[in-house]
Each structure stands twice: as C-alpha cells, then as structure tokens.
Design a binder for this molecule. Structure first.
Ligand code: MRU
Length: 366
C-alpha cells in the first residue's frame, strides 16, 4: 500500500528469512503496526483473527504458513495436519484452498530436505503473481474509468464495498487497483466507501488506504448507496470478490448483493474485480453452493473506536439478550454483474466467457 510516499506490502518475507512480516490490520486505522508470523499456527491465527484478511492475502498467508510448517517438519503427516489447520480458518475465500493446493502440488514427490525451500519459493511466486495480476486488473479497470471520464468530462465517482484494496492483497488490491491506476494516469476520481458493517473494513481499512494514497473519497453508511445512485452521484461500482462460481455468481462481503440490486435499478454499471485464483470452476451455481462464513455475535453487538481522549474502546450497541446474525458474505447473481475485471481483460459474468478466458482453470477442475 501507499503510505507516506512509500510502498509497503501487506505481507513480505525478508530475504532469506523463514518467517513473514504482515501489517496487523486489527490495529488500523488508528495505529500502524506489523507482526512477524513464525509458524503455521501463527499464520492460522492471523487469518482467523483477521490480522490479515481479503481473499488474495488470506491465500498468500496460508501458502507461507504451509512453508513454515514444512520448515519445522517436512513429513507427509505434518503437511496434511498444517494444510487442514490452515484450510479451516475461513471458509468463503477460495484463494485459501487454491494456494494450499499449489504448495502441496509443489512439494509432492520432493525429498523431505527440499520441501521447505521449494514451498517458500512457491509462496514467494504466489505473492509476486498477486501483485502482477492486480496491476493487470488495474490497467483493464482504468480503461473503464477513462471512458466514463471522457463521456462525462468530469471526475468519475466510484462506489466500493468492504476493502478490496492493497490491504486485502499483497499490494494494489483488486477493486482499488483501477483507482490507483487512475490516480497514476492523472484521471480524477472520487470513491464512495461503504463503511461495511459489522467489521467496518470500508470505514477503517479502505478509508485508511485512500487517505494514505491521497485519493479523494467519502465514507458512507452502508445504506446510502441506493440514494446516491438514484441521484446520479455514482458512475460505476467496483467491488472485490472472495469466490466466483463457474456461472459468474460472485461471493463478496455481506451487503454487496444489495448494492448490485440498486445499481441495476439505476442503470449504474456494476463491476467485480476478479483475480483468477478467486475463480472456483468446481461450483456450478454460486448462489446455491458457495459456502458462507458465519462469524461471532460480538462483531454485531459491539463496535470499537477511538474516544475523544485517544483511547481505543469497545462498546456494546445492542440490548443484552437480543439475538443477532452475522453472515460474513452474500452472493450476487451473475445477471446483476456488468462485467468481471480480470487480469486477462474485462469479461462477461457467465460460464462461457469465464471458460474462454481461463480454459487452464477449467481443465484442471474437470
Ligand atoms: O472478511 P474479509 O475482510 O476478508 O472480506 C473481504 C472481502 O469481502 C473483499 O471484498 C474480498 O476478499 C476481495 S479482496 C481483494
């Protein structure tokens, strides 16, 4: 991410190190801190407790977690145990299983002494590829923004949900990559940032990223988007995704579906930024079959923030005794998606277009 004129990756392995350093996202936006993950348990905890989050970053962290497990014990049984531990951390983001499978395939057949080194190298490759994929998504998304800028002759208003920026990936992000590309190209943009209850990834993380990068934005309560779209204040929506089914249905942070409905009703283009590791060709119907994570009640019953005295405090906002529900994600049907911004270009959200753009992924799943 862009911070004080520097670029800092959400996860990095210091040269030659057998551990990784992450940005601890639970401390943002009020404190910027890093943490070292030195074994598979620490990687699993960081994913489960959301020190790292966002589909691409979850996958990359898990890959390094498996490498660290092999460093401690390169046996088949240790590999299987660590894979199971890491895979159980968060169910919806398919990048997690994708990255773990890639490490397992890399070390299969290698003698134990070579496994950890090969796994670290593969995790490094996953991290580098993530940045390259996101840069390509940025270029393809920029073309959409440029078109709108030319058509309207003014700054382009973009609405986004949750955090699908640099913090959700190794760098750049997916939905925000076109925004960063627009900034670099000198195209004026303004981002409406859904706060994204219950964990407020928009208000705390996307806003932090955009402040740090100097990109104009406005944080809005989650229920504001429809009103803005009715009044012509949003030119396009771009969101990220945790899993895209073979039919183009898109899982993303809870509330995304409602934005897609409002966008359709108001003829606002609704794009989903899709890095190919987020594709799940094994799921034919996303609305029916993508697993939806349910999270703890405390995320709904409580909120954390900074008091006027500078203390970070958590307060209860729901009466004692009220039951709550906390679905982490929802699935937007493909028919509401204008297009998928992928590293291979902008494509339609349907089986034929996805299979044509990513035949390699479909072959492997068959
Ligand atoms: O629960 P989170 O914060 O991991 O959810 C993140 C999202 O829903 C993102 O939009 C998605 O992972 C895409 S990130 C490039």
């Amino acid at each position: 991410m862009r911070l004080n004129g520097q670029t800092i990756r959400s996860i990095r392995r210091p040269p030659g190190a057998r551990h990784v350093t992450i940005i601890d996202q639970t401390r943002l936006p009020f404190a910027f801190g890093t943490a070292d993950l030195t074994d598979a348990n620490a990687a699993a905890r960081a994913i489960r407790d959301m020190l790292v989050r966002g589909a691409p970053l979850i996958g990359t962290t898990a890959a390094y977690g498996l490498a660290m497990a092999l460093d401690a014990d390169p046996s088949d049984s240790a590999l299987a145990d660590a894979r199971a531990l890491l895979a159980a951390t968060r169910p919806t983001a398919i990048n997690l299983a994708w990255a773990l499978d890639r490490i397992v395939a890399t070390v299969a057949g290698l003698p134990p002494a070579e496994r950890a080194g090969a796994a670290f190298a593969e995790a490094d490759a996953i991290a580098e590829e993530d940045v390259a994929i996101n840069a390509a998504i940025g270029r393809h998304g920029l073309a959409l923004i440029e078109r709108l800028h030319r058509r309207h002759g003014r700054l382009v208003n973009i609405l986004t949900h949750c955090n699908a920026g640099a913090l959700a990936a190794v760098d750049l992000g997916t939905a925000l990559a076109p925004v960063y590309a627009a900034q670099d190209a000198g195209i004026p943009v303004h981002v409406f940032v859904d706060e994204t209850r219950p964990r407020n990834q928009g208000a705390s993380l996307t806003a932090f990223e955009l402040v740090s990068a100097g990109i104009p934005h406005t944080v809005i309560p989650d229920n504001t988007g429809g009103h803005l779209m009715q009044h012509g204040m949003v030119d396009l929506c771009i969101v990220g995704t945790d899993r895209v089914a073979a039919n183009g249905d898109v899982a993303n942070k809870i509330g995304t579906y409602l934005k897609a409905l409002a966008a359709r009703d108001n003829r606002v283009p609704f794009y989903v930024a899709l890095p190919s590791p987020t594709l799940d060709p094994a799921i034919a119907d996303g609305v029916r079959d993508i697993p939806i994570e349910q999270r703890g009640a405390a995320e709904v019953t409580h909120m954390t923030g900074r008091t006027a005295y500078g203390r970070i405090e958590t307060v209860r906002i729901v009466p004692d005794g009220s039951p709550v529900a906390n679905y982490g994600f929802d699935v937007t049907p493909a028919r509401l998606v204008t297009g998928l911004i992928t590293e291979r270009g902008v494509i339609a959200a349907n089986r034929m277009a996805i299979a044509a753009a990513f035949p390699d992924r479909f072959v492997r799943a068959a």
